[in-house]
Design a protein around this ligand. Sequence first.
Ligand SMILES: *[C@@H]1O[C@H](CO)[C@@H](O)[C@H](O)[C@H]1NC(C)=O
Ligand SMILES: *[C@@H]1O[C@H](CO)[C@@H](O)[C@H](O)[C@H]1NC(C)=O
Ligand SMILES: *[C@@H]1O[C@H](CO)[C@@H](O)[C@H](O)[C@H]1NC(C)=O
Ligand SMILES: *[C@@H]1O[C@H](CO)[C@@H](O)[C@H](O)[C@H]1NC(C)=O
Ligand SMILES: *[C@@H]1O[C@H](CO)[C@@H](O)[C@H](O)[C@H]1NC(C)=O
Length: 493
Amino acid sequence: MAWRVISVLVLGCVFIVVNCENATEAPKVDNTWKETGICRKCICKDDKVNCLDQGITEYFKTEEWANLKPMKPVTIDMSENLFTNVTVMAELPVQVLNLSHCAIEFIETASFKGLQQMKQLDLSHNKLTTERLSPHAFEGRYSPEKYEPLNAMRVLNLAHNQLHSLHQDLFEHMPELTELDLSGNPITTLDHVTVIAISSLPMMKILRMRSCGFDDIPDKFLHTPRFLERLDISDNKLTVVPQELVEAKSLIFLNLNQNPIKEMDATSKDNPGFPVLRKLQELHMCNMEQLTRIGPGALAGLQTVQRLHISFNPQLRSVHPRALARADDIGETYDWPLVKELYLQSNNLSEIDSRFLSRWDLLEKIDVSNNPYLCDCSTQWMVDMLVPVVEHKRVNASEKMVCQEPVEMRGYTMKHLHDIHRTMRCVDKYGNRPEKDGAILLGTLIGVLLAVPIMFSLMLLWRNGYCSWLGLRGPVDVSRAFYKRAPNDDNYI
Ligand SMILES: *[C@@H]1O[C@H](CO)[C@@H](O)[C@H](O)[C@H]1NC(C)=O
Ligand SMILES: *[C@@H]1O[C@H](CO)[C@@H](O)[C@H](O)[C@H]1NC(C)=O
Ligand SMILES: *[C@@H]1O[C@H](CO)[C@@H](O)[C@H](O)[C@H]1NC(C)=O
Ligand SMILES: *[C@@H]1O[C@H](CO)[C@@H](O)[C@H](O)[C@H]1NC(C)=O
Ligand SMILES: *[C@@H]1O[C@H](CO)[C@@H](O)[C@H](O)[C@H]1NC(C)=O
C-alpha cells in the first residue's frame, strides 16, 4: 500500500515537472524568425546574428529586422559586406552592432532609433564622408529632457573612413559616449567644428586618433572631456610635444609613437617637454624616426609614470640624466617617478645614465638591448649594477647589451664583462685614451724643459765662434766683414 502511494506521488511529480517545462517553453514555439530572410542568409544562434562576409549588397528592410524580435538578438555582425546604405532598423534589444568593412556611404536618418540598448556601434572601414554623415543618422527616440538620444551608446568606431572634419553636432544624440575611434581619417587639421564636436563629449574616456595626419592639437581640444584616460595620437605629424595635453588631467595612457618630434627639453621654448600630467602611468614614444634627444626635465611632468616605452628610435642618441627628474620648489633636491617598466631597446644610445631613475631595484621589467654602447669607465655601473638588474628579470637578457665602442671592446656583451668582473678603462669613443694623452703631455713637458738649457748652451758656443770648425760662420765673422768694408767707403767721400 505504502509503495503504491509513493509511486503515485513520484509519477505525479514527474507529470508536474514535464507540464511545467512545456508551460515555460510554450511562448517560444513561435520560431518563424528562423525562416525569415535574415536567418536564411546569416547564422542565427543563441542571441547572435552573424552575417559576416555574406556578400550582402543591400541592407535589410525594417520588416525583415522586425521578424527577429522573438529571437531577442543582442549582437549583430554585418561586417565585411557590400551594402552602401544603412536604413532604419526595427526595435530590437541589440547591444553590439558591427557594420565595419562594408562600403557604407550613407546612413538614413534615425536608422538606429529602435536600438535603445545599443552600447557599441562599429562603423570602421567604410566610406563615410564629412558631407554625407549627418548627426541625424544617430537620432534616437524622443525624450522630454534630452534631444532624441541613443541613451545606451558608449562606444563608437568611425575609424578608417573619409572624414576630414566632424560635424559640430555629430555626437548630439550620444551624450554618454565614453569611447571614440577616429583613426585613419584624413583629419589633417583639427578645425573649429571638430573641436566643438569633441567638446560635446564630456564623458569620453578613450579617444583614438591614430594616423589622421594632423600636426597640431589646438587649444581647448581636450578641455571638456575631463575624464579622458587613454589617448592615442600616434602616427600623426606632430613635431613638438603638444602642450594642450595639460588639459587632460585624468590621462593614464598616452601613445605618441611615430610622430616626427625631433627633440624635447624642458628648458627649450621651441621643443618643450611634457606638461604636468599627474595621473599618467604609461607613455609610448616608439618608432620616432626623427627623435634625437630627450633633454633635461623633458619627462619631469610625468610624476607618476610607471611604464615608459621609448624604443626603436633609430636616431635617439641622448637621454639626459635628469630627463625624468623633477626639481622641488627650491631646486635643490629632485624627485623621480617610481618607474616599474622601462623599455629603451633599439635606440642609438651609447649609455644609460645611472641617474635616469632613482630606484633601479624597483623595476619589474626592463629592456635596454640593441644600443651601440660605449664600454669604458663611464658605463662601468652598467656592467656592475645594471646587468644584475636585467638578469634578475630574465636570464641572459644582458647578452643583448653589446659594446660598440671603443674598437677593442666591440662585440663584447655586458653580461660577459660582468661575469669576468671587468674593470673598463677611461676611453672616449674616438679611441683616445686620456691617460695616454697625459703621458704625451708629460713627455712634451720634459722635452721642453731639457731643450731650453741645451739651446742656451748651443747659443753660447755659437756666439763664441766655437762652431766655425763645423763650417758655420759665427756672428764674429759678420762684424769683421762689416769693419773690413768700412775703409773702402771712405775713399769715395
Ligand atoms: C512536452 O513537450 C515535449 C517535447 O519537448 C512533447 O514531446 C510532449 O508531448 C509535451 N507534453 C505536453 C503535455 O505538452
Ligand atoms: C542610398 O541613399 C541615397 C540617398 O538617400 C540614394 O540616393 C541612393 O540611391 C541609395 N543607394 C542605394 C543603393 O540604395
Ligand atoms: C567587427 O567586425 C570586424 C571584422 O569582422 C572585427 O575586426 C571587429 O573586431 C568587429 N568589431 C566589434 C566591435 O566586434
Ligand atoms: C647614432 O649616433 C652616432 C653618434 O653617436 C651617429 O654618428 C650616427 O649617425 C647615429 N645613427 C643614426 C642612425 O642616427
Ligand atoms: C644562458 O646562456 C648560457 C651560455 O650561453 C647557457 O648555457 C644557458 O643555458 C642560458 N640560460 C638560459 C636560461 O637561457
